[in-house]
Design a protein around this ligand. Structure first.
Ligand SMILES: Nc1ncnc2c1ncn2[C@@H]1O[C@H](COP(=O)(O)OP(=O)(O)O)[C@@H](O)[C@H]1O
Ligand SMILES: [Mg+2]
Length: 223
């Protein structure tokens, strides 16, 4: 696959409102680590939601993981979601399930045996330093811990790409560091493509990354 994300003159609007995204052209290659920044209200979350198929493009073209996102049938949307790991600012864990069950979710959907699901979930929980909380429930954890669980879940099925919307927005330094290290490790060791919206690009990430800035509906690559 040449491009994991290929957007050409993409525009996105809510209903009949003026477009929020007016002209986005961006090509993301496998293994790219991409940051997207921009002022509050500039449309970063809208762009991210478009990448995982929650909002349909209104103009231009967009393909993600080889799946075309205009007029996408539900079957293709399900396929796309299997290629992606998604991380939200508000975690979106299932509060009735314990930590280990939350991390196993994408593996259960993927049809893996129970043994494989448990083994992989524990491996990921170890990476986010939360193996000792495997049988706790989300509401028994701090926000930073919940986000680390969400990050473990997003990586559990070894996705082609992670999309994350301000994953460290509300977090303490320790949890932020665990999350940046995990994303960096996924890129380096698994070749995962990473697209992250953030207000603070970590200063000591120690890897090559690309930076796009969203302004007035247009995305500019910062050289
Ligand atoms: N569901 C929605 N319906 C209508 N307008 C929306 C919706 N969600 C967001 N918007 C508008 O889109 C613009 C960009 O929002 P958003 O993508 O959340 O920006 P950012 O993530 O950069 O802060 C804002 O003006 C917001 O009010
Ligand atoms: Mg946002």
């Amino acid at each position: 696959m040449e491009y994991v994300v290929n957007a050409q003159n993409l525009s996105v609007r809510y209903g009949n409102d003026e477009p929020i995204i007016t002209d986005v052209t961006m090509s993301i290659k496998p293994h790219d680590f991409v940051f997207i920044t921009g002022k509050s209200g500039s449309g970063k979350s809208t762009l991210i939601k478009t990448l995982y198929g929650e909002i349909e493009p209104s103009g231009g073209s967009l393909s993600v993981c080889g799946v075309g996102l205009k007029n996408i049938p539900t079957s293709n949307l399900n396929l796309l979601r299997r290629y992606l790991g998604i991380v939200f600012q508000d975690y979106k864990l299932i509060n009735e399930w314990n930590v280990e069950q939350n991390v196993m979710l994408p593996l259960v959907i993927g049809g893996f045996s129970r043994g494989v699901c448990v083994e992989q979930a524990r491996k990921l929980l170890k990476h986010v330093k939360l193996l000792h909380k495997a049988d706790k429930y989300p509401l028994e954890l701090s926000g930073g811990e919940q986000q680390r669980v969400a990050m473990a879940r997003a990586l559990a099925h070894n996705p082609l790409m992670i999309v994350a919307d301000e994953p460290t927005g509300n977090l303490d330094n320790y949890s932020s560091e665990v999350i940046w290290n995990l994303l960096k490790g996924a890129k380096e060791h698994l070749g995962t493509t990473i697209v992250v919206v953030t207000h603070n690009i970590p200063s000591a990430l120690g890897i090559y990354y690309r930076h796009f800035f969203l302004e007035n509906g247009v995305l500019h690559e910062v050289p």
